[in-house]
Design a protein around this ligand. Structure first.
Ligand SMILES: Cc1cc2nc3c(=O)[nH]c(=O)nc-3n(C[C@H](O)[C@H](O)[C@H](O)COP(=O)(O)OP(=O)(O)OC[C@H]3O[C@@H](n4cnc5c(N)ncnc54)[C@H](O)[C@@H]3O)c2cc1C
Length: 410
């Protein structure tokens, strides 16, 4: 196959690692790489809960994509609308067209609301940098409003912070929220007492963070309870409105803040011949679509169709490994070698539980408490691409030991 034009759509974990690995593989000089993303930055999602709760400056968890791409390669800021696989071109929302010989799709996922009435309209989400900033501003606003409120029922509703979803995002956000509200916001508002703040983590599953070993699930539950988070396990939310949530049994929990941290679904674009399963694009074991051998799919949006293959979790680790693997396979395609099947090597699982606490599961070892938290921070810091951002995050974290979280409304 003659390959001159490689186009990567999506500058997230999957797309960026495909790009970086391709660049390190000494491709023929006439091969052109184009990276396309609707945003002009790469977002380090694992640190979003900290941004949303004033622990990190939002600028420090993103890297400009133009600083990542090298030399003659092109970056295009644009949103994929359609793929015309027969004409080997993609069409962006502004109508511009970009041709490809090989296309890599790594568009990630968006929040899925399980068709819960009102959830999309009335919940906050935590998928993008904008989401984190909006949630941070809203949290600061409700404390301002609550501090002026004399009606106890309204004050209760303002100071109740509901998170739906007991996976890593929900758990990490709950831990961060507890630290932000109980150690910073309550101290800045004389007429708000700790006892009036109610952080509720609503989880449909019987235990939190189901992918971790059972003892770590129990640890996470206990740790969150200790810092003041109310955990409701085995509870289904069937509706969300402007005044709170409704449970399956018809009871309600009033709140002015509902964060939906449960479920992901694919990004929308048009491509008539690709097949989807459970909302992800079906690919073979080499991450190629079965219909078009020159289209690869990596990260959250790819689904390996093989009854024996595991369904890989939608995590940055999987996306990164798939990106690296796909780059090697594309090199094989260029040099007429066989493509290799993707095999995921899990390096471990980590989840932060707020200040100085976390759970970690690495091979057969498990860690909790301060050591796990230190591990979590160190591993994420070194996963960040540039030294500039690593140093800035380190400085934010170091300052965080001695100072309150940032409560300036942006
Ligand atoms: C709050 C939060 C915390 C998380 N914590 C962890 C964690 O601790 N550990 C872990 O392993 N995973 C974590 N994850 C999951 C992890 O972020 C994802 O699994 C990973 O980002 C998937 O990589 P990806 O390349 O598939 O997609 P993404 O990294 O989401 O990248 C997709 C890219 O595609 C772009 N895009 C989307 N649609 C279009 C379009 N139509 N046109 C052009 N560009 C488009 C987006 O702008 C984005 O840059 C977390 C996720 C969230 C939301």
């Amino acid at each position: 196959m003659s390959i001159k034009n490689i186009v990567i759509v999506g500058g997230g974990f999957g797309g960026i690692y495909t790009y970086k690995t391709l660049r390190s593989l000494s491709l023929p000089r006439d091969v052109k790489l184009t990276l396309i993303d609707q945003k002009n930055h790469f977002l380090f999602t694992p640190l979003l809960p900290e941004v949303a709760m004033g622990g990190l400056d939002q600028h420090n968890v993103v890297e400009p994509l133009r600083e990542i791409i090298q030399g003659r390669d092109t970056f295009v800021q644009g949103t994929l609308k359609q793929i015309s696989e027969t004409e080997k071109k993609i069409i962006l929302e502004d109508g511009s067209e970009i041709s490809f010989d090989v296309l890599i799709l790594g568009l990630g996922a968006k929040t899925f609301f399980f068709n819960t009435p009102g959830a999309e309209e009335f919940s906050f989400t935590l998928k993008s940098l904008d989401d984190a900033v909006v949630l941070r501003n809203h949290t600061i606003d409700i404390f301002e409003e609550a501090s002026r409120e004399n009606n106890s029922q309204l004050k209760e509703k303002l100071l109740r912070f509901v998170i739906v979803g007991g996976g890593p995002t929900g758990v990490e956000l709950a831990g961060e929220a507890a630290d932000f509200m109980f150690s910073t916001l309550d101290k800045l508002h004389n007429n708000i007492h700790k006892k009036e703040i109610d952080i509720v983590l609503v989880n449909a599953a019987p235990k939190l963070v189901g992918m971790f070993q059972e003892k770590l699930q129990s640890y996470a539950q206990l740790a969150l309870r200790k810092v003041g988070v109310r955990v409701l396990n085995g509870v289904m939310v069937t509706g969300v409105d402007a005044e709170g949530i409704v449970f399956k049994d018809g009871t309600r929990l009033d709140s002015k803040t509902v964060v939906w941290a449960a479920g992901v679904s694919p990004q929308s674009f048009v491509c008539e011949t690709l097949r989807f399963d459970k909302g992800r694009v079906c690919v073979n074991e080499s991450l190629q679509t079965k219909e078009h051998k020159n289209i690869f799919v990596v990260g959250d949006m790819s689904f390996i169709e093989n009854p024996e293959a595991k369904i890989y979790p939608q995590t940055a680790q999987v996306a990164k490994q798939q990106g690296i693997h796909t780059a090697h396979n594309i090199k094989n395609l260029i040099t007429d070698k066989n493509l290799l099947p993707f095999v995921y090597k899990e390096k471990g699982l980590l989840a932060s539980l707020g200040r100085f606490d976390a759970i970690a599961q690495i091979k057969n070892f498990t860690f909790t408490g301060f050591f796990a938290w230190f591990l979590w921070r160190t591993i994420y810091l070194f996963n960040f691409a540039s030294w500039k951002k690593r140093l800035r995050i380190l400085s934010d974290w170091t300052l965080g030991f001695f100072t309150k979280r940032d409560t300036s409304r942006l």
